[in-house]
Design a protein around this ligand. Structure first.
Ligand code: NAG
Ligand code: NAG
Length: 381
């Protein structure tokens, strides 16, 4: 075992030293956790007994969806799936986030233009792509994250307002508001360009905060902060936590740590005793900047964004317990350009990816699942 670890470390060092971006990650022969000398949680088979067979879906682009052309939506920042299985989008209308949008103290510079005047929250029929609901006009300045929780409530983050909102399904007035409007800050009552929300079935929720604070806050159902990631003495330095997802069965919160080019999963501490304290880190060099994560069961799905010419913009299927990317996928008709969010439905049969530029939405059929051990690992480009 010890000599194996040394061998893995050697392979890793050789590959890194050789500068290969497209390392072929193979479960049996290679594990980053071993190379990094961290405790590898997935050895604890009592925590994850089904390691040897793991089913993963093969995402296939659904051609010709939506069946009717969508009206102009602008940059589509967020996507989630409602209780009826329909995708809910959060878009920016004519507002565009560019280098003039914020100044060095993270203050939005275009407040005089007012909020986005069109409906920003759009629900599409999952079968046809036809718009079936729209709300959220004259309220948001720079839409970012969108999460429909297990009760159907819609959580939205606005990076210009520095706020997070919980809405009823059709968005009348917010049931909960976090942060102070247009006012960035780093105490427990302020947020700074919050990006994403994940909600647990017991009512606890997590906010990725975000572009400037580089922290994730955990709240109880009443909206009080109960935990911060990282807390003192925790070795978890985040660099733009851009999207978060909960794997409740495993008590894991997985974070798209965008500028660290990794997905990192920490204990969400919703169960007691806490099953493990070591963070799991998924960081193959070919993955690049990870913009968004979603999950079903024990699997995480991610999309990256433009990073370097050597790194393809694509989607990834991640097994946190193997600390590995087990598949990479993309549309076949046209390439992704700027994917910004991803969502998979409850039963893992349909998945959506939205892009900012151009603003568009992709649907993937994920109804075909295969055993990862038979399917094999796909090298990252
Ligand atoms: C999975 O969900 C989709 C939409 O949410 C639904 O149409 C489909 O019937 C479901 N499939 C199964 C096997 O439950
Ligand atoms: C950013 O803009 C705000 C108001 O628009 C201003 O008060 C603040 O001083 C500006 N910060 C910097 C660093 O320019």
């Amino acid at each position: 075992m010890a000599s194996n670890s040394i061998m893995y470390s050697l392979v890793f060092i050789l590959l890194v030293a050789g500068g290969y971006a497209n390392i072929i990650t193979d479960l049996k022969d290679f594990a980053y956790s071993q190379a990094n000398g961290e405790t590898h949680v997935w050895d604890q088979t009592q925590v994850y007994p089904g390691l040897h067979t793991q089913m993963i879906p093969i995402p296939r682009e659904v051609f010709g969806w939506p069946h009717v052309p969508l009206p102009f939506l602008g940059q589509i920042a967020g996507v989630s799936i409602n209780l009826q299985g329909h995708p809910v989008l959060f878009h920016r209308g004519k507002r565009v986030w560019d280098e003039t949008s914020f100044n060095a103290s993270f203050i939005f510079q275009q407040t005089q233009q007012g909020p986005v005047s069109v409906d920003t929250v759009i629900t599409l029929d999952s079968a046809t792509g036809v718009i079936i609901d729209a709300w959220g006009a004259d309220r948001f300045y720079m839409p970012h994250g969108c999460t429909v929780d297990h009760q159907g409530f819609v959580w939205l983050t606005d990076v210009a307002l520095h706020q997070v909102f919980k809405f009823t399904p059709h968005g009348k007035s917010p049931l909960l508001t976090l942060g102070s409007p247009l006012e960035p800050g780093s105490d427990m009552h302020h947020l700074c360009m919050p990006t994403s929300v994940a909600v647990a079935s017991d009512g606890h929720f997590f906010v990725a905060d975000g572009y400037c604070n580089a922290r994730v806050l955990k709240y109880n159902a009443q909206g009080h902060v109960t935990r911060m990631y990282p807390q003192q003495n925790e070795h978890l330095s985040l660099l733009i936590p851009h999207s978060i997802t909960l794997l409740e069965r495993q008590d894991l919160l997985c974070i798209a740590d965008r500028e660290k080019r990794r997905v990192v999963c920490v204990s969400s501490e919703l169960k007691t005793p806490v099953p493990y304290s070591t963070a799991l880190s998924i960081q193959p060099p070919g993955m690049g900047r990870v913009f968004a994560v979603t999950s079903v069961g024990d699997l995480v799905f991610a999309v990256n964004g433009p990073t370097s010419p050597q790194i393809a913009v694509q989607g990834f299927t991640i097994s946190p317990f193997r600390e590995a990317v087990v598949d990479a996928w993309a549309p076949t008709s046209v390439r992704f350009r700027n994917p910004h969010d991803i969502a998979i439905n409850k039963n893992g049969t349909e998945m959506y990816v939205v892009e900012t530029t151009p603003g568009r939405i992709w649907k993937f059929d994920t109804s075909q699942w295969v055993d990862v051990n038979e399917f094999g690992f796909v090298p990252l480009e």
